[in-house]
Design a protein around this ligand. Structure first.
Ligand code: ZN
Length: 276
């Protein structure tokens, strides 16, 4: 399979690795990258020889988030996997359907893959970058990794996969959102937001060693273990909470469109830049 925005390889027995390959743009995610990621996850999930999937990234930073330079690509160019429709409808309808399909829908789909997934993370993970990391089961972080969601500055509640309370706990979730402050590797580890922190130069090997260790276990047992933890969080209402926050996210987009003529408050760009 040929990809433009990602790479796919099998670096060890039973382990597939998907790598974001747009380092010149800090791995900003356009619809092409998201669509390629989804098909690569499907390839790994459908390969009986693969038991663990790593999601890694080339370059200095894992991902700077969604590529705001291309907000409304032609949806006909990408195979959809959810149940959304009317992507080109005016008003909130089309835009909400797009984000439900390409953002929340894909994240939730990857979160529920039957095989264990590991995010291998270095540098900055900003806003939409978290939407690739948080759906993974385990996170191995380099010592230079930081997580941030500064998009409240754009006059919305946060990113479309609103897992902050589940990932960071309520106090830190609110602080992340209210201040946009990046959370550094030591704090991520102390808060249980990543599984381990390793020196940057050891990141690839540490992640691969962990994946290979997991891959020695039987596939069905791993799937049952994963689903049992996921179902525990689901029984706490995670999916309902994601849907509720997604709805408020689109109240924010619609408000901004009425007031500013754009889906985000443009003054947020200067706020975020002044803090960078
Ligand atoms: Zn949005």
């Amino acid at each position: 399979m040929e990809y433009e925005r990602i790479q796919y390889d099998v670096p060890a027995d039973g382990v597939a690795r998907i790598t974001l390959a747009r380092p010149e743009a800090a791995n900003a995610q356009d619809y092409l990258m998201l669509s390629e990621l989804n098909s690569a996850f499907d390839v790994a999930a459908g390969d009986d020889n693969i038991r663990v999937i790593i999601l890694a990234a080339e370059g200095r930073h894992f991902s700077s988030g969604h590529d705001l330079a291309s907000p409304n690509p032609d949806m006909g160019d990408f195979p959809t996997v959810g149940t959304q429709c009317h992507f080109d409808a005016p008003g909130a309808e089309g835009y909400m359907a797009r984000e439900a399909e390409m953002y929340l829908g894909l994240c939730w789909r990857w979160r529920n893959l039957a095989k264990p997934t590991i995010a291998q993370v270095q540098g900055k993970v900003i806003a939409g970058g978290l939407m690739l990391v948080w759906p993974m089961d385990l996170i191995v972080a380099a010592d230079d990794a930081t997580f941030s969601d500064p998009v409240v500055a754009f006059n919305v509640n946060g990113i479309e996969y609103f897992a902050h309370p589940f990932e960071a706990g309520t106090r830190l979730a609110k602080e992340m959102l209210f201040t946009g402050r990046p959370i550094g590797a030591d704090e991520l580890l102390a808060r249980g937001m990543v599984n381990r922190v390793v020196p940057r130069e050891e990141l690839e090997k540490a992640t691969l060693d962990l994946a290979s260790h997991i891959a020695m276990r039987p596939m069905f047992g791993l799937t049952l273990a994963k689903q049992s933890v996921n179902q525990a969080v689901d029984s706490m209402g995670m999916y309902s909470a994601l849907q509720a926050a997604f709805s408020l996210h689109h109240v924010g987009h619609s408000h901004n469109m009425e007031v500013h003529g754009r889906r985000i408050d443009p003054s947020g760009i200067d706020v975020i830049r002044s803090e960078a």
